[in-house]
Each structure stands twice: as C-alpha cells, then as structure tokens.
Design a protein around this ligand. Structure first.
Ligand SMILES: C[S@@+](CC[C@H](N)C(=O)[O-])C[C@H]1O[C@@H](n2cnc3c(N)ncnc32)[C@H](O)[C@@H]1O
Length: 495
C-alpha cells in the first residue's frame, strides 16, 4: 500500500481543477490596497510573487505570462499538480515562473528570494493547524516590508447553519479505499438519502436541501478537495487577523473591490448598524454578520504605509483603465445585496463610451467630452464602481504592452491549441491588464478559428453536432462573438 503519510489527510488521489482566480492578479491587489488608502508596490515595476498551494498552477502560469516584469514562484506538495503546472508553463515557454514540488513545511528549507506578494487561495480552511503554522512562519520569514498577502478562507457566521452538511458528507464515506470520485458519490447519495428520509437536520433547515442539490452538480474533483479532506476550518475574520499577527501582518481590505462599497452591499438599515455609537464600525466581522458571509478573500500587509487622499488621486490619474466586457453588457441598473441600483447615465455612460475606443489613462479620460465638467473625485469614484462591477479593469502602463504581448501570445496560442483539442482553459491572458480574461469553451474554439484564418461559423458543426436548433443557437453565438466579444478581446490584446 502506498505511503500517504505526507498528505496530512489532504485528498491526493484526484487532481484538483485548473481554475483561474482573478483576485490573485498583482494589479487587482494593488488597486484594492490603493482604494483602502495604502501605498503598495507598483505592478509595472519588477516584483516577486509566491503562490502557496498553487494546485495545477494555472493562475500562476497565466499571471507570469501577463506580467513578465514579475518573478513568480509557486508550490504544491502533490506531484501530479506540479507536473501539470510545469507542462502549462513549458507549452507556452514561460520562463519567469518556478513551480516547486514541496510541502509548506519543506518550503521553509528552499532557497527563494523575499517576496512582494504572497498569495494563498483555497488553502487556509483546508489544511491542519500545523500547516497553518508553517504558512505563518513562511510569511514571517519571506514577505518584504511593505509586502502584501492575499488569503481566502471559509468564514463564519455564513457557514454556521450549513456546516453540519459537510460532517454528514464525511459520514457517508464508508469505503475510504474507494477512488475519490466514488467517495464523492457515496457522500452525496448518503446525504440525499438522509434528506429523503426526512432527517430532522434537513426539515429544521430546509434551505440546506437546496444547497445539497446545488453542490451535487459540481465537478467531482472540486467536491473531493472541498469537502472530503480531514480538515475543514471555519473562521471569523478577526480570528484569521489574530492568527496572522505573528507574521507581522495587518488587515488592509477585502481583495474584492465591490466589498469596499457599503452603499451597494448593505441596506440603509444595515449601514446604520455600522454607525451605532460605540459600534465597531470598521469591523469586518460586523459586515460578515450583516451579509451572512461564507467566504472571504482578504488582503493583508506588512508595515504598509498610508496614502493621503491626494496620493490616491495621483494613483488614479496615472492609471490606465480598459473596458473588460462588451459595451452592451454593462447595464447601469444592477442588483447587489443592498438593493437595486441605477447608476447616473450622464457620468457612467460617458466613461464606458469613452473606453470603447480603447484603454485610457484616467487623466486623459477626464478631458473627454461629457466628462470635462465632472469633478475629479467623482470621476475616480465612477471608475472605481465600474471596476467593482467588473465592467472595467485597471490596466498596466502602455509602455510595457509590446513586451508583455510576446509572452501572452505564446500563452494564448498554447491555450487555444488546448481548446481545439477538447481541453478548454479557464481564461486567456491580457498584456493590457496583466490578468486573465475568462472565455467560455465554445468561444475559445471560435477564437482559435479566427487566429487560424477561419470564420468562427466553420466551427459550428463540430461544436453542435446535434439537432438543427442546437446548430442555429451555436451559429447565433458565433455571430455574437464576432460582433460583441471579439472587439473587447482585441482591445485587451488577447488577439
Ligand atoms: C483547494 S486546493 C487549491 C489549489 C489552488 N490554490 C486553487 O485555488 O486552484 C488546495 C491545494 O493545496 C495543496 N496542499 C494541501 N496541503 C498542502 C501542503 N501541506 N503543502 C503544500 N500543498 C498542499 C493541495 O495539493 C491542493 O492543490
């Protein structure tokens, strides 16, 4: 029998998914920190980046391609994951990322530089207290002063009423020796049988049954890694902040820009709870109670200096911004946890229309017709909201576009070859934003056709071999892709 003592109870017999996580992009982290009033690295300048527990390494490989000015390192203890990560980097000849097959404990002994950014996505809740200790120690030793840490985890109170479902799933696994996919099947059929038998746990919390059905549709590998490990920790935000104190970290902001806008996330009554006399208004835990939040993506820093409001303005003024989706798909009416909102067309349409022509520096945007009369701080606010909505992305300096594009072209060609071979990727790389651009599998095939000098319609037959109506729908998609998405991909220099 294989020696699995190295796993620490973490699932290793099935490979994790090949996801791309936009939160991890250096420019996204720098923007979140700048909006929170902190002076951090300039992602246009050389930097060092470490991803802890990188899985199959797709995010690190893509970010390395889109940021050749950065030196990326990433580790995972699963040999299959690191072999996949190295293959992704090799297929695109990316030479500024080093994938290490090493545990968090072993990484302490590895010769590495100090880092400007250390990121850990999907790790903290799923590893043992001992491993969390190794991670804290690594950050303590390896993060530069002024450096950033991105960390995500399952949090409380959002999980409190659902958490026993995970215990039930684990109870259902009777044959631990079965392959991971079979263990997932055992876990879910047992939980469903409990629900169908009218178990009090489900009748007492009816929404948990719907959550069970929703989960059961997800990727089996994801479910095994998410729910069948020995460890599954839930934390309040301030518990994580306390745990990270020995690494000399302090909380800066949520890495999700939208989380910084209380006016969209909370109803007026909820916002009033932040302003009660003597209330801990800055507290993230209070917000987590108000939102019943289950997952956090947070940004921490070590001795990160503050920015005066004039410096935040200066940060914005020099920054380039790009439209991140078709102009027709940027509705000014939107729903958020705090209610339904309608953005002022005079300002927001003017910004979005201006960006249709291509990425632009905020300074230049402010002289566009329709925006000249707007006070600078209102323009900054509008651009911040559009970034939070994911309609617009901050972009790197245009000086580096050509250099970055050499690497992103290699990455994207390899990705499209993979898509044509039936293995679509999670995202393509943009040299303009230095981050990923998610694209559905069929659209990747359309794009591959265009790059190979064919019309996207040529791929319809292969993508929808079924009935006439499926083909008609696919033809519609090909047309929409050419008319709406392709111009955005061109402006982001993905193609
Ligand atoms: C839930 S996955 C997340 C992977 C990746 N960060 C992502 O978001 O796609 C957790 C990863 O941590 C790795 N891992 C778990 N324990 C580890 C350890 N002690 N040392 C290094 N990697 C570990 C697993 O192999 C797995 O790839």
């Amino acid at each position: 029998m294989a020696d699995e003592s190295w796993t620490g109870g973490y699932v290793v017999d099935v490979e994790y998914t090949h996801g791309y996580y936009p939160d991890l992009a250096p420019l996204n982290l720098a923007m979140a920190a700048s909006l929170a009033g902190r002076k951090v690295l300039d992602p246009d300048q050389p930097f060092t980046y470490l991803e802890l527990g990188c899985g199959n390494g797709f995010s690190s490989a893509l970010l390395a391609a889109a940021n050749p000015q950065g030196q990326f390192w990433a580790n995972d203890f699963n040999p299959a994951h690191i072999a996949n990560a190295r293959a992704t980097a090799q297929a695109a000849s990316i030479d500024n990322v080093i994938f290490l097959e090493a545990s968090f404990e072993e990484l302490a002994e590895t010769e590495m530089p100090d880092f400007d950014i250390i990121a850990l996505h999907g790790i903290w809740s799923w590893v043992s207290p001992e491993n969390r200790h190794y991670i804290i120690e690594l950050i303590r030793r390896r993060l530069k002063a002024g450096g950033l840490v991105f960390i995500s985890y399952n949090c409380l109170p959002g999980w409190s009423r659902v958490a026993p479902l995970r215990r039930l799933l684990k109870l259902g696994v009777t044959n631990m020796a079965a392959p991971a996919e079979a263990r997932v099947e055992q876990a879910f059929s047992y939980a469903r049988a409990m629900r169908d038998a009218g178990a009090g746990f489900f009748t007492g919390a009816p929404h948990v049954g719907a959550i069970l059905d929703h989960l059961a549709k997800q990727d089996r590998a994801y479910l095994a890694h998410e729910y069948l490990n020995d460890q599954w920790g839930l934390f309040y935000q301030d518990e994580v902040a306390d745990a990270l104190l020995p690494a000399k970290l302090s909380f800066l902001a949520s890495a999700r820009l939208m989380d910084g806008f209380d006016q969209f996330n909370l109803t007026p009554g909820q916002q009033a709870m932040l302003n009660l006399p003597g209330a801990p208004s800055a507290s993230q835990v209070v917000r987590d109670f108000l939102l019943d939040r289950r997952f956090r993506r947070d940004l921490y820093g070590r001795r990160v200096p503050g920015l005066a409001s004039t410096d935040i303005s200066a940060w914005f003024a020099r920054r380039r911004f790009a439209l991140a989706r078709p102009r027709s798909n940027c509705p000014l009416k939107f729903k958020a946890p705090g209610g339904e909102f309608d953005l002022t067309p005079k300002v927001f349409d003017a910004v979005l229309d201006a960006l249709v022509d291509g990425p632009e520096i905020l300074e230049a945007l402010s002289s566009r017709s329709g925006l000249v009369a707007l006070e600078r701080r209102h323009l900054e606010q509008a651009v911040g909201v559009l970034c939070a909505l994911d309609y617009v992305h901050p972009a790197l300096s245009s000086d580096g576009d050509a250099r970055r594009r050499v690497a992103t072209d290699r990455f994207n060609h390899a990705a499209l070859r993979s898509a044509l071979a039936g293995r679509p990727v999670a995202a393509l790389a943009s040299p303009v934003t230095g981050c990923g651009v998610p694209l559905p599998p069929s659209e990747q095939v359309f794009l591959a056709a265009i790059v190979n000098g064919q019309a996207p319609e040529a791929m319809v037959q292969g993508l929808a071999p079924g009935t006439g109506s499926e083909q008609a729908e696919m033809r519609q998609r090909a047309l929409r892709f050419q008319q709406e998405e392709l111009p955005v991909l061109k402006s982001l220099q993905v193609v």
